[in-house]
Design a protein around this ligand. Sequence first.
Ligand code: GLC
Length: 635
Amino acid sequence: MNSLSVDQQARAAKAYVFQELAKSKQGLEILQDKDFVGRLDIHFIKIFAIFAELYGYRHDCLDQLVDLVTICGKSWLERSPELQKIDQQRESDPQWYMSNQMLGGVCYVDRYAKNLTGIKERIPYFQDLGLTYLHLMPLFLSPQPLNDGGYAVSSYREVQPTLGSMEQLRELASELRKAGISLVLDLVFNHTSNEHRWARKAAEGDPEHSAMYWIFPDRSVPSAFEQTTREIFPDDHSGSFIQLPDGRFVWSTFHHFQWDLNYSNPAVFRAMAAEMLYLANVGVDFFRMDAVAFMWKQMNTDCENLPEVHKLLRAFNALCRIAAPSVLFKSEAIVHPDYVVQYIDRSECQLSYNPLQMALAWEALATRDASMLSQAIERRHNIARDCAWVNYVRSHDDIGWTFSDEDAQELGRNGTNHRKFLNAFFVNRYPGSFARGVPFQDNPKNGDCRISGTTASLAGLESMQDHAIERILLLYSIAMSTGGIPLIYLGDEVGQLNDYSYINDAAKTDDSRWVNRAHYPESRYAERHDPHTIPGKIYAGIRHLIHLRKTTGELAGGRAVGFYTGSPAILGYQRPGPHSTVLCLCNFADSAQWIGRDRFMRMPVEAMDLVSRYMINLRDAGIELRPYQFLWLRY
Ligand code: GLC
């Protein structure tokens, strides 16, 4: 830009912004708020530097910043005293989400409880279970009946009327907060639905709104982009673009009704910043940053995980630090592990899904060999300080085998063949498989395929195989103890099975992920207190795990450290605490397995197994683990 340092430029830009703000009554009010200005002083430089890099070539770059700071200031002035109090509390305890008391749950509002009122009525259950974090799947206005489970948003300021109203959402957020539960909502940043006001105007040909999306008059540029982009939902359309009725082409990474926003246009950045801060003021505690990998496009690249995406996220993060300081981000980047970690940073996303651990836990069940999972914990688990993984067993989506081919190769596995094996295993096309999954986006062109299915059905409960319950509990024991926030897909705690009814629904039949998005399993929940029933056994097991997690201080925050067990079927990891360490051992085989005593030579003679409360002698003859048994040894 010019020869001044970024610091000097930022100072000059801030002076300009302040001068412009001082011209209006509202601007003056913003400038008089000492808390706001104090935080702006700290974070302005980040936003300025990113704006200069992304949009500095534009003559109106500084005026864009004035608008942005105005949006932030207005939003802060409108933030309720209740939320400002939370901001203060969390600023003085910035690591609050690292606590071992943290426990997440996720559900669809309509499927789990009909509507927002139904969710409110379930708060006592959530509290009783121990939840401190509730992710409600997208609940905003969206096209009917096709809306990708709500991920096609038509307005970020309106709740889907069948679920309730914005006022009810605000009230729910407040009720949850009183119950000690944070509200997590998706921020679908990458795209809007084709029915969003911006999209409708774009479709009508309005130039200002057309510029909010990636719209091209003919196929030449789209075809050039498609030379290097991936097909994400090939069952919906091939390539990355779809054609509009007027002949133009619009970028749609996912479904044809989800149009990618064009962040190279600063108006899009500003508009989405306003939507984000609006929702922050409704009472959202965590934003799940949906499909972040795709937010920036660059010719001759795969248009995934580009450096600019990180800049955008950092700028959005800085806006929250200024105008809604308690709000945190969770990244949803289901991509190669090298890229997943790049999103995890206190100034970007403080939390991230752990898709590799999730996928490899299933991989280990299929192979009865924990080597890949163990390697991932050793090598891929280490994330920025003060950040946390969100560890899950299943989500509402498919399971994709996102491990690195190089990692697999080191263990003597060919990535492509191994994925083929896993797909065959989990859709029960492999002899001896216990899993009952359904293929998702089976792409014969490149052999890609992913897996749908509930935890219980994939673990063997549907096929009534031995050890299904042990498998479910084994996987949840890992999510509860490897470090970060464990996330329960609600219904899993009573062994929810696949729901094949989606096949008869024209709006869902082409999307097999609906098999694992079942309705509230009424009868299973009714049986949960009866230990003789299957739901009762699973529920008791999960409750026990929750209790153990919440009473084991070593599990707070941090991360798992690998422990070599010498037995491929047994996963080992340690959770060091300030005064003691917990060593977790998990047997992935359906037969008993041994760890020789030599592995414990540097440890005390005896350790307490927190799971069974028995003292275990580590020196006798080593340890035998029953099929799918896990031990948490404190020493
Ligand atoms: C995320 C969601 C998924 C959705 C996609 C597009 O990956 O988890 O359900 O289809 O984004 O929004």
